[in-house]
Design a binder for this molecule. Structure first.
Ligand SMILES: Nc1ncnc2c1ncn2[C@@H]1O[C@H](COP(=O)(O)OP(=O)(O)OP(=O)(O)O)[C@@H](O)[C@H]1O
Length: 652
């Protein structure tokens, strides 16, 4: 049976999707236990050490009893010293066992968390890009990190609670043995103490849940606002006063909850101390009478009072057991939910490698494609689309039976209106998505038959807004080929027309490119991405040309870099520049989910169709470009004017 449990959070009254509730499937407990199998030896050691720790707890009051009854009351100093020494030794032993059991329980808890974390991260890494396009990054990171840390902590409490359970049973048994009357009074007292304690615990837990939610909300907001692009948007469009008021409100809520948790926490401890004092007074009151009547030895009374104090700690640990177990179960279940999300794109067991160092041809054979629904690729709890209807909404077919070929070593330019499906075609070539029907082939192999590694090695992608890690230029380049030598790095940078710039920087290749490589201009970033591509030496290049105007120097440099990058490779370019389009062996005009026209620049102009129409409307003075000399000579001889980009109605 599936049960909806909550992750340490309060019940909400509104209809908001609740990020803390999770369906715990039947079998979850068995699945959690499976993670303990590798740590079974440690678990055995934990039982042993905890048992020894409990033994020291219950033995020391007996020593005290012996010290009073047979030492002090019989004036036997030797016995007193001997018992006192034993009590001290037992205390030291107890402390050592306590440290040891804490170490062993931490090893088990951290070990289980480690296994689960590594497995989950490895699994998420393999999920298709569609998962990442839908998922809220902050929530995903929270699940893989913060929630697991919380699970680990709760898990530690659970192990402590196991020790506490054994302690309570043994202490109660010892109390009955010492004096059944006092034991009964104690047992009656326990609920008086435990019930308010449980209540306080629940209030604290609910408020902690609210605090986590409030913290997560503020964290998410700050993550969105303080990344470079968010900060830029907020500076240009934001309403600083209103935004600051919102942040103040959220911080105020965190402050209030924090204060109330502190007060309730203190109340809990005060209550515990008060109850322990009252119980001790009662024990001495009743027990004192029994001693006077001769029904109880003085040593037994002191032992009972000592035991009583040792009872309350473990009982408080046990009182939160249900919530703790629930937190562990839910946090594991939330990771299991991720692990159960099967990647839509998987490598076949019999997949073959693509031949290396040969520029293969690319073929689209009657490819139909629509983007997957939320339900097919992601989890409701990781994104904002929560209603069933939203999650099942089928998107329109983007490619409706598209067929074309890019011959080995040639350049194909994709042009077409914004939203026509050009980027989608490039996504299918890199197998970021699989077609719904038809086939994409490279070198005659259906992509579904190829190994991921060989496909990744064969394809180099340069996107419009090249992504650079917040690291040095050297590390960003080595990402493509970790074994590259200094000379190879320099050669790639020269080929990508970026070496002069790097050389002029005080720290050269060791310059940090900043958050998202933001300190570099668009043209420089793209040239660095081209250098990365040259180092990778892919046989196929997929390129999305920059639509923004670069300054003339950057423009010429990028064009030169591209000439090196595309040479003798099979290239598929989402083209925005006339120079690229004119150079293409084939232009595909994508429109309405298919190839509307195909041919060379001259052929398409002569045909007088959509391409010619858009070309003439975009370029007021087409002759200026049509009459251009051979682009290669031109690039070598002169720095061209910034070239208009082919995007008014032709690409985004
Ligand atoms: N992840 C996605 N999920 C659902 N639909 C998508 C997704 N990505 C793109 N689309 C839709 O698919 C269609 C084709 O998009 P695509 O990005 O391939 O067009 P494009 O021709 O490259 O456009 P542009 O030139 O503006 O970049 C568009 O209608 C777009 O809204």
């Amino acid at each position: 049976m599936d049960v909806v449990l909550r992750f340490g959070a309060p019940t909400k009254s509104d209809d908001d999707p609740d990020p803390w509730s999770t369906t715990v499937r039947s079998g979850t407990v068995r699945r959690v236990l499976a993670y303990f199998r590798p740590h079974i030896g440690m678990a055995g050691l934990f039982v042993l050490v905890s048992g020894l720790e409990v033994a020291t707890v219950i033995a020391s009051p007996l020593l005290m009893m012996e010290l009073i009854d047979n030492g002090i009351l019989k004036n036997d100093l030797g016995h007193v010293i001997w018992m006192a020494a034993l009590t001290a030794m037992l205390a030291v032993l107890g402390a050592l066992f306590s440290m040891w059991s804490a170490y062993v329980s931490a090893r088990i808890g951290e070990g289980v968390t480690y296994d689960l974390r590594v497995q989950a991260i490895d699994h998420v890494r393999k999920l298709p890009i569609a998962f990442f396009t839908r998922t809220q990054t902050g929530v995903l990171v929270g699940r893989l990190h913060t929630e697991l840390v919380m699970a680990q902590q709760s898990f530690g409490h659970l192990l402590m609670a196991a020790t506490a359970g054994v302690t309570v049973v043994l202490v109660l048994a010892e109390l009955v043995w010492l004096s059944w009357l006092v034991a009964i009074v104690t047992v009656v007292l326990v609920p008086l103490f435990v019930v308010p304690w449980i209540y306080v615990g629940r209030v604290i837990q609910k408020r902690t849940g609210r605090l986590m939610e409030a913290n997560a909300g503020l964290g998410g907001l700050l993550q969105e606002r303080f990344n470079v692009q968010g900060a830029m948007l907020s500076k240009l469009f934001g309403r600083p006063d209103e935004e600051m008021a919102d942040i103040r409100d959220r911080s105020e809520r965190i402050r209030k909850i924090g204060v109330s948790i502190a007060i309730w926490g203190r109340l809990g401890f005060t209550m515990m101390a008060l109850m322990a004092a009252v119980a001790t007074a009662l024990v001495y009151g009743i027990g004192g009478g029994l001693v006077i009547d001769g029904a109880l030895a003085l040593g037994s009374l002191v032992a009972i009072a000592t035991l009583l104090v040792r009872l309350f700690g473990p009982i408080t640990q046990l009182s939160g057991l249900q919530e703790t177990a629930q937190t562990v179960l839910v946090s594991f279940a939330r990771v299991f939910e991720l692990l159960d999300l099967k990647p839509l794109i998987q490598e076949r067991p019999d997949a073959v490698g693509l031949e290396k160092n040969v520029a293969p041809d690319i073929e689209f054979d009657d490819v139909k494609f629509r983007y997957p629904t939320a339900n097919e690729v992601s989890l409701a709890s990781l994104e904002q689309l929560r209603t069933k209807q939203d999650r099942n909404e089928v998107t329109a077919e983007v490619l409706r039976g598209i067929s074309f070929q890019v011959k080995s070593g040639t350049l194909t330019a994709l042009v077409g209106p914004s939203g026509a499906g050009k980027s989608t075609i490039t996504h299918l070539v890199s197998r970021l998505y699989d077609p719904n029907s038809g086939a994409v082939r490279i070198g005659g192999h259906d992509l579904k038959d190829l190994t991921f590694d060989s496909l990744r090695a064969a394809i180099g992608v340069v996107s419009q807004d090249a992504y650079l890690f917040h690291d040095t230029i050297r590390e960003n380049l080595l990402y493509a080929r970790p074994t590259a030598t200094e000379d190879e790095l320099i050669e790639a940078c020269k080929g990508a027309q970026i070496w002069d710039l790097i050389e002029s920087l005080p720290r050269g290749l060791d310059t940090v490119t900043g958050d998202r490589g933001y300190r570099m201009s668009g043209g420089e970033k793209q040239r660095l991405a081209i250098a990365r591509l040259l180092l990778k030496e892919p046989s196929i290049v997929v390129l999305d040309e920059a639509t923004a105007h670069l300054d003339s120097e950057s423009e010429a440099a990028v064009q030169r870099a591209l000439k090196t990058a595309l040479r003798s490779r099979t290239s598929l370019v989402i083209a925005h520049r006339l120079s690229t389009i004119r150079e293409a062996d084939q232009i595909l005009v994508i429109d309405g989910g298919g190839v509307r026209e195909r041919g060379t620049h001259e052929e398409l102009l002569a045909a007088g169709g959509l391409y010619a129409e858009l070309y003439h409307t975009q370029f007021a003075n087409p002759e200026r470009y049509a009459a251009k000399p051979d682009i290669e000579d031109e690039l070598e001889d002169i720095e061209p004017e910034p070239e208009p980009v082919f995007h008014i109605g032709f690409g985004g």
